[in-house]
Design a protein around this ligand. Structure first.
Ligand SMILES: *[C@@H]1O[C@H](CO)[C@@H](O)[C@H](O)[C@H]1NC(C)=O
Ligand SMILES: *[C@@H]1O[C@H](CO)[C@@H](O)[C@H](O)[C@H]1NC(C)=O
Ligand SMILES: *[C@@H]1O[C@H](CO)[C@@H](O)[C@H](O)[C@H]1NC(C)=O
Ligand SMILES: *[C@@H]1O[C@H](CO)[C@@H](O)[C@H](O)[C@H]1NC(C)=O
Length: 959
């Protein structure tokens, strides 16, 4: 408390001087003390002139606070009441924001929008809220509010939007009684969203009247009782009505058919009695659910067949009997008919002119004894299980006698004519426009959509495009949006994930997130009408791009600066020191834990009980760190032959004279001890002349080092780009393809268990001193265990451009994924182009340009100019392209195995008069030098490394 007062005091003094009279600054300083994760630029003393993020001011007074989705936690203190000019307060999607909504909000007399969607507020809604006469928008949904709906809300004559849904509110719906106000007075309100609470009592007749302008009346999933008052039928503006999931009883009012604009009507899961209502004339009614009530037994109501807009009819357990009229299925928009658990009998005839959208007819547990199949057959889902027709002998074979019904769809927004990028490596996601970035994510929840066919993708397409239109209109920095996993939850809300991708960068800044959050929490965005009322539940966004440079020396800890300021100002230097000492100790402990973890992993190699026992090595040996230091001349820069994301590679000479490449992982790219051990075991097992050999390893003093045989002539990528100075003619390229295919064939077919490389690409295929191809860098390789013979499900890894799209989609890794990458590599080999160059994907480019009726398939312009201009005949090139294209077939099952590829390349070579088994004839290659006179070295992820002239450009003799 003392701290808080000090800070407040300090804030007020400084705030007063800064803002000329008001204490907005002091109030915000005070509010901040009880909140974690406030924006990092909330450090000064004047929110207005310093432009604190999430704050907007007018005339040096705070008028807007919008801080959605940033993981704010703590509680909102009464100091908020000092911001008397505040018009909008949006703290949505901060689940850590807990405690009660302070009574002091009563002072916010200018507040028009109070939006606290999806926070963790508890306690009752303060009754003083009724004094906020300017309120237009009140969204307190999806919190933990308890207690009654304050009658004073009825005092808010300007209220347009009232959303208190998804809380734990109790008590009855308040109506006015002369002395106290009630919701019946809200004559300008269009939305009553009160569903999914614990409200009790009846709906007072007085609540509803013909003067109201309500369009959404959502009272579903409460504990309301009694009968529906006939005044419901007076509110002719209603479009979406949910009374389902309560304990309503008695007959329905007969004037429901007065609601001529209603589109969705939910009466299900109550105890309604009496006859089914006659809803003739509800020409916009799309979704009608009257399931699970106690209506009088009746024939199937014929008026239903006159509802021209009907998409969804749910009449489960409603005592309907007799025939299902064929004309029902003629309704042009019909998608779903659920008539389970009734007494419908006779013959079912869907007719020949049924709705083209019809996707489910569910008559489970009725008395249907025959089914007429017509010339035009209905072929979507039909369920007749539990009917006499399915008890006849042989009926089991009929698909309609099985039950299978799902309330979800696997839809997700597809890519926009581009190849999805492999973004998972950097923890990003590929947008529909195939750019890697950190999207803002969350869930869209539609409380009463007018449709039920979740397979119909046009809904999602129109939803996504309407989102983009809105974001563009409000000039929000959005590249694209993606929708996924649409499904109905247990209370019939349609939910789907929404990912919003940033434009102009790989992440949003804070202002971007607040603006997006506000556009969705404030209902600024309106979905297409079929979707009906909705809300958005944003996830916390953490990957902010910096907006304001961090002050030098500012602690990166989340410790509140307000506390430090307060402590220091109060002379509590001791306290400050204690806090700092604590932080320091914490960090030291973290470091110590990390170190312990590392050495533990190593220690495990000595323990026999643990699966991470001593590596089972074949041929590879253990090196001490000191030994490697010696052979690389203390990892000297002059021995550095390259670097990549994982660390650096050094050349070294063993005492035996053998040249080795020492790959030293850097801090941050180390794997766990167990993974490192696995990698070594895997690498040491494979020995083939077309694979780079592992010589040994070192795991000591926090180092992870792999020692490989030294491959002197660089990568194929370097050769093709001219960097290594090694130029490959057509024959040599065929030999490279054959050699690397044999290496891969060995991994797939001869290694035991088989190994999938997972990262075949031109900079992982190296050229030895005799220009034999060697496949290297098994960093990502995966062995197929015996119990998972055909595939393994893994997190997708690999390199953009080479990645098997099928693997990417299904995450099922098979050998065929390597075959795909190999196919891309072959195309690279003949074109010398990167797989993705200036947004063009080589596989697609060749597919489009290829004309099999022409010489060289008409690909002269795409082929490597070095090949085309060499003057030599490119014998077998067409056949080679055929092989490559089969390797990049979309479906893995259409691709050849590596064994087949090897045979086919051999055939191509033979028919071109070459001996596939001849040892390398280095005469067909030309050694060259790059601009610095160096021969470049492999093992690199990026080839743009620089080493300063130390590496001899001479041929290394084979040992
Ligand atoms: C309703 O508002 C009036 C002022 O417009 C105020 O005097 C009255 O106390 C309010 N009633 C409640 C219950 O908040
Ligand atoms: C239908 O609604 C109108 C407008 O509210 C009202 O005047 C009329 O009385 C209603 N009819 C019935 C039968 O309730
Ligand atoms: C339902 O109402 C319509 C129009 O009000 C009427 O024509 C029709 O006969 C009614 N149907 C039944 C079954 O009562
Ligand atoms: C269907 O049920 C109705 C009412 O229960 C009955 O009158 C009729 O005879 C039944 N029809 C057939 C074909 O079973």
């Amino acid at each position: 408390m003392g701290l808080r007062i000090l800070a407040l005091f300090l804030g007020i003094i400084l705030g007063l001087s800064a803002t000329g009279g008001s204490d907005d600054s002091g109030a915000l300083q005070a509010i901040k003390i009880y909140l974690d994760n406030t924006p990092p630029n909330w450090v000064g003393f004047d929110p207005c002139s310093e432009q604190w993020e999430g704050i907007r001011c007018t005339n040096s007074r705070v008028t807007f606070i919008t801080l959605s989705s940033i993981g704010l936690s703590g509680k909102l203190t009464g100091d908020i009441g000092s911001l008397t000019e505040l018009q909008t307060l949006d703290l949505s999607y901060n689940k850590g924001l807990k405690g009660a909504l302070p009574d002091a909000i009563v002072n916010l007399r200018k507040l028009t929008n109070l939006i606290l969607v999806g926070c963790g507020f508890t306690g009752s809604i303060p009754s003083s809220i009724g004094l906020l006469q300017e309120l237009v928008f009140l969204s307190l949904n999806s919190n933990g509010f308890t207690g009654p709906i304050p009658p004073s809300i009825g005092n808010l004559t300007n209220l347009y939007w009232l959303d208190l849904a998804d809380n734990q509110l109790t008590g009855s719906i308040p109506v006015s009684n002369g002395s106290t106000p009630g919701l019946d007075l809200l004559l300008n309100t269009k939305h009553f969203h009160l569903g999914n609470n614990r409200l009790t009592g009846t709906i007072p007749g007085k609540l509803l009247s013909s003067e109201m302008k309500l369009i959404h009346l959502l009272l579903d999933n409460n504990q309301l009782t009694g009968s529906l008052p006939s005044t419901v039928g007076l509110v002719q503006t209603l479009e979406a009505v949910r009374f389902d999931g309560n304990s309503f009883s008695g007959p329905l009012p007969t004037n429901l058919n007065n609601l001529t604009k209603v589109q969705e009507l939910f009466l299900s899961n109550n105890k309604f009695t009496g006859p089914l209502p006659n809803l003739t004339g509800l020409n916009y009614l799309s979704y009608l659910d009257m399931s699970n009530n106690s209506f009088d037994a009746s024939d199937f109501p014929t008026w239903i067949t006159t509802l021209q807009s009907l998409t969804s009819l749910m009449l489960e357990r409603t005592q309907v009997q007799g025939l299902v009229p064929t004309s029902l299925f003629n309704l042009a928009n019909l998608q779903t008919v659920i008539l389970r658990n009734n007494a419908l009998n006779g013959t079912l005839n869907i007719g020949s002119s049924f709705s083209s959208q019809l996707q489910l007819v569910d008559l489970y547990m009725n008395k249907i004894d025959a089914y007429t199949e017509n010339v035009v057959r209905y072929s979507n889902e039909l369920i007749l299980a539990g009917n006499p027709i399915c008890q006849q002998s042989g009926a089991d074979a009929q698909s309609y006698c099985k039950i299978s019904q799902s309330n979800s769809s696997s839809y997700s927004t597809p890519s926009n004519n581009c190849i999805p990028m492999l973004c998972s490596i950097v923890n990003q996601i590929s947008s529909p426009n195939c750019k890697c970035s950190f999207p803002y994510t969350g869930t869209l929840v539609f409380r009463s959509p007018s449709f039920s066919n979740l397979e119909n993708t046009t809904y999602y397409v129109s939803l996504a495009s309407s989102l983009m239109v809105a974001f563009n209109k409000y000039q929000l920095p959005v590249d694209s949006v993606s929708l996924g996993n649409p499904h109905k939850d247990s209370i019939n809300y349609l939910k789907m994930t929404l990912q919003i991708f940033p434009s102009g960068g790989d992440r949003f800044n804070r202002t971007g997130i607040y603006s997006l959050g506000f556009a969705l929490s404030n209902q600024t965005y309106k979905p297409p009408p079929q979707f009906g009322p909705f809300y958005f539940m944003g996830d916390q966004y953490e990957e902010f791009s910096a907006q304001v440079p961090q002050e030098p020396g500012k602690s990166s800890s989340s410790l509140n600066t307000g506390v430090i300021a307060g402590a220091a100002a109060g002379g509590s230097v001791l306290l400050l020191l204690l806090v700092l000492a604590g932080m320091y100790a914490l960090r030291q402990k973290k470091n110590a834990d990390k170190a312990a973890e590392m050495s533990n992993a190593f220690g495990k190699w000595d323990s026999t009980e643990n699966s991470g026992g001593i590596p089972q090595l074949k041929g590879a040996r253990w090196f001490s760190f000191d030994e490697l230091r010696k052979i690389t001349n203390n990892f000297s820069e002059s021995n550095n032959i390259g670097s990549g994301g994982y660390g650096k590679v050094y050349r070294g000479t063993l005492p035996s004279g053998q040249l080795v490449a020492v790959k030293r992982a850097q801090q941050g790219s180390m794997q766990g001890g167990v993974e490192f051990k696995n990698e070594i075991e895997l690498l040491s097992r494979v020995h083939h002349k077309n694979l780079v050999d592992l010589v040994g390893f070192c795991f000591e003093q926090g180092e992870q080092i792999l020692v490989y045989e030294y491959i002197p002539n660089g990568t194929i990528k370097e050769s093709l780009s001219g960097k290594s100075g090694i130029r490959l003619d057509w024959t040599r390229r065929l030999r490279v393809a054959l050699g690397s295919a044999r290496g891969l064939q060995y991994l797939h077919e001869l290694a035991n268990p088989p190994i999938i490389h997972r990262d075949i690409k031109s900079n992982n295929i190296l050229l030895d001193e005799r220009l034999n191809a060697k496949v290297g860098d098994f960093g990502l390789c995966k062995s197929l265990g015996t119990d998972e013979k055909n595939h393994v499900t893994t997190q997708v890894k690999g390199t953009m451009g080479y990645l098997d799209p099928e693997y990417y989609m299904t995450q099922q890794l098979t050998e065929k994924s390597d075959v795909y990458s190999f196919g891309v590599f072959c195309l690279e080999l003949i074109t010398a182009r990167k797989p993705i160059e200036r947004g063009k994907y080589i596989v697609r480019e060749i597919k489009i340009a290829m004309d099999r009726s022409k010489e060289l398939y008409g690909l002269q312009v795409i082929l490597d100019p070095v090949l085309v201009s060499s003057g030599t005949q490119l014998r077998g090139l067409e056949k080679f392209i055929d092989i490559a294209m089969r390797c990049v077939a979309e479906s893995g099952s259409d691709r050849p195995t590596m064994g087949e590829v090897v045979k086919e390349i051999e055939t191509v070579m033979q028919s071109a008069g070459l001996n596939p088994n001849a040892e390398s004839a280095s005469t067909s290659a030309t050694y060259g030098e790059d601009s610095r006179g160096n021969i470049r070295h492999p093992y690199m992820e990026d080839t743009s490394f620089d080493h300063s002239g130390a590496f001899p450009p001479s041929r290394v003799e084979p040992q």
